[in-house]
Design a protein around this ligand. Structure first.
Ligand code: PGA
Length: 251
């Protein structure tokens, strides 16, 4: 069975206490998720420590539910007010980090160059980057989806060697599908994934997740496509039973 990945991006939702409560409930449901599905929870920075402790305490050594962050800086330390570095995340047990999410590109002016630096920094620290790419509605309507997405992938990953690429996860998230309820047609999403896999050597076996209005009702349609390995999930990851149901569908 192919390895599947479901990552829950909580965005700017949930306090530390709410995060711990979530973990307690989620782990009860998550025991029935098939073994081939890896689950990752990405709380806001302020809840990472509490969620990480709750996951470790309840799961012991064989931890199926992993901890991820939603962003980080590329430097390991320095005068960068308000920022958080890879060693700081590692210190809290973080194993994954979402980089280049369209909300960061759009509201915080995150550039392709910043995403490249962050990806390199995450890999250097031993954190798995989940590199997010995707086109706006305007680009899609202009027929520029694949050109744009491939350019974003090459900008972020073009410098990496084969060994580093094996430690990367890519998330294809059409911007117009995020939080809108208008999910991308699974076949169309698969065609973009195919273009991503083909754009440079070493990406053939990289896990690629679909993101954008993923729900328990549509998850299975995505993973039934040959190039889609799972989901990066926003809204539908906020409810513990809903996200566990979605993870089951990903199997
Ligand atoms: P959504 O968000 O599932 O709420 O559309 C996905 C994301 O932003 O990663």
């Amino acid at each position: 069975m192919r390895r599947r990945i479901c990552a829950g991006n909580w965005k700017m939702f949930k306090t530390a206490a709410e995060g711990v409560e979530y973990v307690e409930r989620f782990l009860e449901y998550a025991v029935s998720v098939p073994e081939n599905v890896e689950m990752i929870l990405c709380p806001p920075f302020t809840a990472l420590e509490a969620v990480g402790v709750a996951l470790r305490q309840s799961q012991g050594d064989d931890r199926r539910v992993k901890l991820g962050a939603q962003n980080m800086h590329w430097e390991t330390s320095g005068a960068y007010t308000g920022e958080v570095s890879a060693p700081m995340l590692l210190d809290l047990g973080v194993q994954y980090v979402i980089l280049g999410h369209s909300e960061r590109r759009r509201y915080f002016n995150e550039t392709d160059e910043a995403v490249r630096l962050k990806t390199q920094a995450a890999l250097n620290a031993g954190i798995t980057p989940i590199v997010a790419v995707g086109e706006s509605l305007e680009l899609r309507e202009d027929g520029k989806t694949q050109t744009h997405v491939v350019a974003q992938v090459l900008a972020a990953l073009g410098d990496l060697d084969t060994e580093q690429l094996q430690r990367v996860i890519v998330a294809y998230e059409p911007v117009w599908a995020i939080g809108t309820g208008k999910n991308c047609d699974p076949k169309e999403a698969n065609a973009v994934m195919r273009a991503i896999r083909g754009c440079m050597p070493g990406l053939q076996d990289v896990p690629i997740l679909y993101g954008g209005s993923v729900k328990p009702e549509n998850m299975a349609q995505y993973v039934s496509q040959p190039d889609i390995d799972g989901g990066l999930v926003g809204g539908a990851s906020l409810s513990p039973d809903g996200f566990a149901t979605l993870a089951k569908e990903a199997a």
